[in-house]
Design a protein around this ligand. Structure first.
Ligand SMILES: *[C@@H]1O[C@H](CO)[C@@H](O)[C@H](O)[C@H]1NC(C)=O
Ligand SMILES: *[C@@H]1O[C@H](CO)[C@@H](O)[C@H](O)[C@H]1NC(C)=O
Ligand SMILES: *[C@@H]1O[C@H](CO)[C@@H](O)[C@H](O)[C@H]1NC(C)=O
Ligand SMILES: *[C@@H]1O[C@H](CO)[C@@H](O)[C@H](O)[C@H]1NC(C)=O
Ligand SMILES: *[C@@H]1O[C@H](CO)[C@@H](O)[C@H](O)[C@H]1NC(C)=O
Length: 230
């Protein structure tokens, strides 16, 4: 019985918990002071849907901007999709009129390392991958890539006893010359990543979408139940 209730609550959350407003996402970023922390201008043109899949027994976890997630639920690279508010039924062709089918670049970074109070190691680059295209075989605008990531998914891992870190995930339109960039490869240190400098030097430009989450080493179970309900 309890299991049934938990499962249905989880699925309810899956259905209702995607962000549906670009303005809301932008405000959440501003409230969290992420654009200023990273030196980026954040004027999203679309929604970036990020969904964590943990195991078959648990409902997928869609990220709404600023939500708290357990770090153990983020160990596997999430799936990414583009979404256009109020245009959930537009077809791939329609979407491609807005941005093309790709390619896109996606990255995740943590400005709060080692702690939100002492950010001397941040921003830390947790993921950087190129050549995402809208998957024509999937429903919606799922983004898939077939090339190796520059930095593979490196799961959030805030140290014990610190406050929650902000983990921002951004979507960029990938310019034609970007694959030739030589500023970052798999062996470049991931700490102190000046993304502001990086987007300027590589011509990547400002993000067109994004979301973020708060991840603490351990969240009280009570908060987790609340987060399921809101
Ligand atoms: C992560 O930990 C929380 C709290 O202990 C638990 O509810 C959740 O099921 C865990 N997730 C996974 C994938 O084990
Ligand atoms: C800030 O973090 C760095 C790296 O872990 C550490 O070397 C330094 O002592 C810390 N500074 C303070 C004031 O805690
Ligand atoms: C990776 O980039 C560093 C500079 O950051 C460079 O020294 C190194 O040769 C590059 N490695 C590869 C495999 O390109
Ligand atoms: C990135 O570099 C610019 C210019 O060098 C500097 O003004 C800015 O403070 C740096 N940002 C971070 C987060 O270190
Ligand atoms: C990157 O370009 C933006 C907009 O032109 C500018 O505001 C920012 O200071 C630049 N950042 C760096 C690190 O040069």
């Amino acid at each position: 019985m309890l299991l049934t209730v938990l499962v249905s609550v989880a699925f309810l959350r899956f259905v209702i918990a995607q962000d549906t407003s670009i303005a809301t996402v932008k405000r959440a970023f501003e409230k969290a002071k992420l654009p200023q922390a990273l030196g980026l201008e954040f004027n999203p043109k679309c929604l970036l849907e990020v969904v964590f899949h943990t195991n078959v027994l648990k409902a997928p976890i869609p990220v709404t901007a600023g939500m708290t997630i357990f770090k153990n639920d983020t160990t596997i690279r999430p799936t990414f999709s583009l979404a256009f508010p109020n245009h959930r039924n537009v077809d791939t062709l329609e979407a491609s009129k807005v941005f093309g089918r790709g390619p896109f670049v996606i990255c995740m970074l943590d400005p709060d390392a080692p702690t939100p109070q002492n950010t001397t190691l941040g921003p830390v680059r947790h993921f950087l991958a190129t050549d995402f295209y809208i998957n024509p075989d999937a429903s919606g605008f799922q983004l898939v890539n077939k090339t190796p990531a520059i930095n593979n998914w490196n799961p959030p891992n805030p140290t014990k006893g610190v406050d929650a870190h902000r983990y921002a995930i951004f979507l960029f339109k990938q310019p034609p010359q970007f694959d030739g960039q030589s500023l970052i490869n798999a062996t470049t240190p991931i700490i102190r990543w000046n993304i502001s400098q990086f987007v300027n030097s590589t011509g990547l430009g400002q993000p067109i979408g994004g979301t973020f989450m708060m991840i603490a080493p351990v969240a009280p179970a009570f908060d987790f139940v609340i987060s399921l309900l809101v």
